[in-house]
Design a binder for this molecule. Structure first.
Ligand code: ADP
Ligand code: ADP
Ligand code: MG
Length: 661
C-alpha cells in the first residue's frame, strides 16, 4: 500500500479521500489555490502545497504544478477526485511519466470513453444496448436534421465532448432543429472546445439509472449495483438513491451484466460508472435501457452505493491502484436497505437556480447521519468553484425510512450567509410522486410550480424577523450595528418600526415590547401577540397563544436568516428605516429610509391621509419601497417629485402638525 498520496482536488471530495487515507494509515498531501489557503481540505491533510491563483485553470487544472507538488512532498500516487483533472488522459500520462501512480483508470480507458460518440460505437461492438440515434462523423446540419427525422422526434442533441449537462438541447419538432443545433454547438464549442454533436432519441419517460463498476489490474470486474439519479434539473442530478425504485432482479442482472461488459471492453481498472437511460413509459423493462456514457472516475453520488453495500469505495480505489485484487467477488456483494444522497448547493432554486456566494455565517448540519462537506462556518463560498457545499446521505432499512431520514436531516440544516437549496430538496423529498418512487427525469420540471418557489413567510415568521431586526431577541453588544436600527420609537412610547426586505419586497413591521419577553406586533393588517423563550445559538421557542413554534434566528450584518418548519427565510433589515428622524418628533415627517430615486408621489399638499396609506414610492437597491403615512393627518407640503434622486434621511413630505389634545 502507498505511504503517502497527493489529493489533486478540493472541497468535500478532497476531505472525504483524506479520511479514508488516514484510516488506512496513508499520509496525505493537499494542494490549494490562493482562494483555498485556509480551506478545510488543507487543514485536514498532513501537508499542503500552493499550486496557483484562485482560477481553476491556473491551479487545480495545472497538471505541472500538481506533479511538482508530488515531487516536493514525496507522494507516490495521485487521487484526482471528480471534476478537474480526473478524466484527463494527458494528466494520467504525465503522472505516469513522472513515475507516480494515478489512482484511477488508464489513459487509454479514459480516452475510449471520453467522447460520447466513440464510446457508443465501442459499446455497440461490445454488445451493450446504446441509445438509438446518430453518432457518426458527418456533422452537416442538413444531414443531422435528416437523421433526427429518421430517429423520430423528440430528439436530444448532445455535445460529444459534453459533461455536466452542457451542450444539450431537446428538440420537439423538425422546424426547431436547426436553431437548437446551432445553439448546442455554440455552447459545446465554448465549454469543451469541440462543437461536434450526436443526435439521440429522446426517451418518452426517461429514468437515469447507472451502475457502479470496479475493475482491478488482474482482469477482475464487478458491479456494485445501481443508483437512480432521475431527480434532475436541467440534466443535472439533485437527489440520488440506491437501489432504483421498482428494480427487478431480472433487470438488475441485465444492467449489471451490460455494465461489466462495458468495463471489460476497455480493460477497466478502478471505480467507474456506466450511465444508462431507461424508457419507463411501459414500466421498468429489461429490454428498455440504453447506454448513455461512462464516467471514468469516482462519482459525486458514490456514498449511496457505500451505504447499501457497507463498503468504502475510496478504500477500494486505493487498494486497486496499489495493485491489490478487488476486495470482494460479485457473489460476495449484496444490497442492505436503501440510501439517499441530496446535493446541497449554494443556489437559489426560486431564482432559476442562481448560484449564491458569500460567507457562511452559520453552517450547522445534523449529527448522527453522514454529511460530506468541505466547508465550515466562516468559510467563503466564491464564484471560482462548484457551488455544491455538502452532500447529505441517509440510510434506512427501506426506501420510506431512508427518505424520512433525509427529509428530517434537511430540515435540520441551518446554513446562513448564502442561499441554499435545502428547502427545495426537502420539498422534493415530500413531493407525492417522488415519495412514492414514481420518478423520471421530467419530474422536477413538471412540479416546478410547487417545488421551486420559496413559500411565502407567514405573518408569524415576519413578526419574528422584525423582532430580530430590532435587536430585541437578545441583549445588544457594544458596537452592534443593530443598535442603529433601534430607537425609532414611532407610535407613542413603546412601538418601534422596522422595514424588512425579502426577495425585493419591503415590509414595515411595528413592534411593541412588553414585559417578560412578550411582544405585540403589527404586520400589515395582522396583529399578533407572542412570547419568546431564547435558547442557545439563536434557537427560540415562540408562543403565539394558540401554538408554539420552534425557530432558529441567525443575524449577520443586516441579514437575518430564519429557520422554521423546514424552510429558511432570508430578510434584510433596512437601516434607518424609520419614517422620521429622531429629532423630527411627532411623526410629521416622511423621510427617505435610504438613498434612492423617487418613482411616484401618490399625494398632493392638502390631501387627507390615513395611517398606512401609500404616500411615496421609491426605488433603491433595485427594490421598490412604498412609504406609508405614519399616522392619520393632512399633507402640509410635498418636498419631492417623481424622478428626484434623494439621499438617506431627506425629507419627502410633511404632515400638518397636530395640535396637542
Ligand atoms: P456526476 O455524474 O458525478 O454528478 P457531473 O457531470 O455532475 O457528474 O460532474 C461531477 C463533478 O465534476 C461536478 O462537481 C462538476 O462540477 C464537475 N465537472 C463536470 N464536468 C466538468 C468539466 N468539464 N470540467 C471540470 N469539472 C467538471
Ligand atoms: P452528461 O455528460 O452531461 O452527464 P449524459 O449523456 O450523461 O450527459 O446526459 C445527462 C442527462 O440528460 C441524463 O442523466 C438524462 O437525464 C438526460 N438524457 C441524456 N440522454 C437522454 C435521452 N436520450 N433521452 C432522454 N434524456 C436523456
Ligand atoms: Mg452523465
Amino acid at each position: 500500500m502507498f505511504k503517502k498520496i497527493l489529493i489533486a482536488n478540493r472541497g468535500e471530495i478532497a476531505c472525504r479521500i483524506t479520511r479514508t487515507a488516514r484510516k488506512l494509515g496513508i499520509a496525505t498531501v493537499a494542494v490549494y489555490s490562493d482562494a483555498d489557503r485556509a480551506a478545510l481540505h488543507v487543514q485536514m491533510a498532513d501537508e499542503a502545497y500552493r499550486i496557483g491563483p484562485a482560477e481553476a485553470a491556473r491551479s487545480y487544472l495545472d497538471s505541472g504544478a500538481i506533479i511538482e507538488a508530488c515531487r516536493q512532498s514525496g507522494a507516490e500516487a495521485v487521487h484526482p477526485g471528480y471534476g478537474f483533472l480526473s478524466e484527463n488522459p494527458d494528466f494520467v500520462e504525465a503522472v505516469t511519466a513522472a513515475g507516480l501512480v494515478f489512482i484511477g483508470p488508464s489513459a487509454q480507458a479514459i480516452r475510449a470513453m471520453g467522447l460520447k460518440d466513440a464510446a457508443k460505437v465501442l459499446m455497440e461492438q461490445a454488445g451493450v444496448p446504446v441509445v438509438p440515434g446518430y453518432h457518426g462523423e458527418n456533422q452537416e446540419a442538413e444531414f443531422l436534421s435528416t437523421q433526427a427525422e429518421a430517429v423520430g422526434y423528440p430528439v436530444l442533441i448532445k455535445a460529444r465532448a459534453g459533461g455536466g449537462g452542457k451542450g444539450m438541447r431537446r428538440v420537439e419538432r423538425p422546424e426547431a432543429f436547426a436553431a437548437a443545433l446551432a445553439s448546442a454547438r455554440r455552447e459545446a464549442e465554448a465549454s469543451f472546445g469541440d462543437g461536434r454533436v450526436l443526435v439521440e432519441k429522446y426517451m418518452a419517460k426517461p429514468r437515469h439509472i447507472e451502475v457502479q463498476v470496479f475493475g482491478d489490474n488482474h482482469g477482475g470486474v464487478v458491479h456494485l449495483f445501481e443508483r437512480d439519479c432521475s431527480a434532475q434539473r436541467r440534466h443535472q442530478k439533485v437527489i440520488e438513491e440506491a437501489p432504483a425504485p421498482g428494480m427487478t432482479a431480472e433487470m438488475r442482472e441485465a444492467m449489471g451484466t451490460a455494465a461489466v461488459r462495458a468495463a471489460q471492453a476497455i480493460s477497466y481498472s478502478g471505480a467507474g460508472t456506466v450511465e444508462f437511460i431507461a424508457d419507463v413509459s411501459g414500466g421498468l423493462r429489461a429490454d428498455r435501457f440504453f447506454f448513455m456514457e461512462m464516467n471514468t472516475r469516482l462519482q459525486v453520488e458514490h456514498p449511496v452505493t457505500e451505504a447499501i453495500t457497507g463498503l468504502d469505495l475510496v478504500e477500494w480505489q486505493l487498494r486497486v491502484a496499489a495493485g491489490e485484487p478487488l476486495p470482494k467477488t460479485q457473489a460476495e456483494l449484496s444490497i442492505d436497505g436503501w440510501a439517499f444522497e441530496a446535493r446541497l448547493y449554494a443556489e437559489n432554486a426560486a431564482r432559476d437556480f442562481l448560484p449564491s456566494t458569500g460567507r457562511l455565517a452559520r453552517f450547522d448540519v445534523p449529527d448522527g447521519i453522514r454529511v460530506d462537506s468541505g466547508v465550515r462556518a466562516g468559510d467563503e463560498i466564491t464564484a471560482f468553484y462548484d457551488p455544491m457545499i455538502a452532500k447529505v446521505i441517509t440510510h434506512g432499512k427501506d426506501r420510506a425510512e431512508a427518505l424520512g431520514r433525509l427529509s428530517g436531516a434537511l430540515s435540520q440544516c441551518r446554513i446562513a450567509g448564502v442561499t441554499t437549496n435545502a428547502g427545495f430538496l426537502g420539498r422534493l423529498c415530500r413531493e407525492p410522486h417522488f415519495a412514492a418512487g414514481d420518478v423520471d427525469t421530467g419530474l422536477i420540471e413538471r412540479e416546478a410550480a410547487t417545488l421551486l418557489p420559496n413559500p411565502l413567510p407567514s405573518a408569524r415568521v415576519q413578526a419574528l424577523a422584525a423582532i430580530a431586526a430590532l435587536g430585541l431577541l437578545d441583549p445588544p453588544g457594544e458596537d452592534d450595528p443593530w443598535q442603529r436600527l433601534r430607537g425609532f420609537r414611532l407610535w407613542g412610547a413603546s412601538w418601534q418600526s422596522v422595514f424588512i426586505e425579502q426577495e425585493g419586497q419591503v415590509l414595515e413591521v411595528r413592534v411593541a415590547a412588553g414585559d417578560g419577553r412578550r411582544f405585540d406586533v403589527a404586520v400589515g393588517d395582522v396583529g399578533l401577540s407572542l412570547a419568546i423563550r431564547s435558547g442557545a445559538e439563536g434557537r427560540v421557542l415562540v408562543d403565539f397563544g394558540d401554538r408554539s413554534v420552534e425557530a432558529t434566528v441567525v443575524r449577520d450584518g443586516l441579514q437575518i436568516t430564519l429557520f422554521a418548519g423546514g424552510e429558511s427565510h432570508v430578510f434584510h433589515a433596512e437601516e434607518a428605516a424609520g419614517l422620521q428622524g429622531e429629532d423630527e418628533a411627532g411623526g410629521d415627517v416622511l423621510a427617505a429610509p435610504m438613498p434612492g430615486l423617487v418613482r411616484l408621489v401618490q399625494v398632493a399638499a392638502g390631501a387627507t391621509v390615513a395611517r398606512g396609506d401609500p404616500l411615496v414610492t421609491m426605488e433603491a437597491m433595485k427594490m421598490e419601497l412604498v412609504l406609508t403615512a405614519p399616522r392619520d393627518g393632512t399633507v402640509e407640503t410635498v418636498a419631492v417629485a417623481a424622478g428626484d434622486q434623494v439621499s438617506e434621511g431627506a425629507v419627502l413630505l410633511r404632515l400638518v402638525e397636530e395640535e396637542p389634545e
